[in-house]
Ligand binder design. Structure first.
Ligand SMILES: [Mg+2]
Length: 260
C-alpha cells in the first residue's frame, strides 16, 4: 500500500479539481450489498457527499447495473455520467448509447434469458436478472447452488456463443465483445484529458479499471491514478493486490469522499 503517495495524490486531486476525475462503482462501494439486487441500500451519507463532490469535480458512476437503473437508484443532483453494464453502455448528459456492435446481440440475449431462467428454475434461491444486454444469475440467496448454476450458465454460454463472467455471488452471460470497466474509464479519461483519476470499487470487474489507471500512468506523462479497494470479507485477492489504497467497506469510501 502506498500510504504516503496516496496522501500526496489526494492533496493534488483537491488542488486541481478541473482536471481531477472521480469514478465510483455502485454496489458494494456506495451501497451495501444485499441478498437481492433490488435490495441494495445506498449509504445514508452517499447522496449528500456525491452532490457536494459533483459541484467540485467530474463524477462518474461505473456499475454492472444498467446505466439508467443506477442513475434512478442514485438520484443525486449534478451527476450526469453513468457507465453501465461494465462499460457496455453509457448514459451521459441524459444521452444513452450502447457500445458499438452491442445492439446486434439483443435477440440472442433475450433467448438466453428465457433458457437460463428455465434451466435454473429448480435451484431455489438462484435468481435470474434481466439487465438487457447482460443476463445475471445470482446465487447469493443459495451459495450451495453455485456449482450447479455455473454449470448451467457455462453450457448455455457455449451454446449461444456468449461469454460467462464470474463475480461476487453472481454469474453473468455477456455478449462476446471487448468491453470492461477499464476500457470505459480509459475512454472517459482520454476524452476529458484528465490528469488525475480516483477509482473506487469492490469487485473483480473493478480490478480491470485499476489496471487501466496503472497502465495510463505508464503511458501518459503527468497522469496519476489512485485505485481504491473497498474491502470486505468477500474481497477477491486481485483487488487487494492491484490497489493503491484499501478502505474498509462502504463506510470507508464515504470517509474517503468526505476528505475530497
Ligand atoms: Mg461493486
Amino acid at each position: 500500500m502506498k500510504e504516503e503517495s496516496s496522501r500526496v495524490f489526494l492533496r493534488r486531486f483537491r488542488e486541481r479539481p478541473s482536471s481531477s476525475l472521480l469514478f465510483l462503482d455502485f454496489d458494494g462501494t456506495l451501497s451495501v450489498i444485499s441478498t437481492s439486487p433490488e435490495g441494495a441500500t445506498l449509504h445514508p451519507a452517499a447522496r449528500r457527499q456525491l452532490e457536494r463532490l459533483a459541484s467540485i469535480y467530474r463524477v462518474c458512476i461505473v456499475s454492472g447495473r444498467p446505466a439508467k437503473e443506477v442513475s434512478a437508484l442514485l438520484k443525486a443532483e449534478g451527476i450526469s455520467c453513468f457507465i453501465g453494464l461494465h462499460g457496455l453502455e453509457r448514459l451521459e448528459e441524459g444521452v444513452y448509447c450502447a457500445l458499438r456492435g452491442a445492439d446486434a446481440f439483443q435477440g440472442t440475449m433475450a433467448e438466453a434469458r428465457g433458457q437460463i431462467t428455465e434451466r435454473t428454475r429448480r435451484l431455489r434461491g438462484v435468481t435470474v436478472e434481466d439487465k438487457g444486454l447482460i443476463i445475471a444469475v445470482h446465487y447469493r440467496g443459495c451459495p450451495e447452488a453455485a456449482q450447479q448454476a455455473e454449470k448451467a450458465a457455462a453450457l448455455l454460454a457455449e451454446e449461444k456463443g456468449l461469454v460467462l463472467h464470474r463475480g461476487r455471488m453472481v454469474l453473468e452471460l455477456r455478449p462476446p465483445l471487448p468491453f470492461g470497466k477499464g476500457a470505459a474509464v480509459e475512454d472517459s479519461l482520454r476524452r476529458k484529458g484528465a490528469e488525475r483519476a480516483l477509482y473506487a470499487g469492490d469487485d473483480l470487474t473493478d480490478v480491470d479499471a485499476f489496471r487501466s489507471l496503472h497502465r495510463m500512468e505508464e503511458e501518459i506523462e503527468g497522469f496519476s491514478g489512485l485505485a481504491v479497494a473497498v474491502v470486505s470479507s468477500e474481497s477477491p485477492r486481485e483487488l487487494l493486490e492491484e490497489c493503491d489504497l484499501a478502505v474498509p467497506g462502504v463506510d470507508g469510501v464515504i470517509d474517503l469522499l468526505s476528505r475530497l
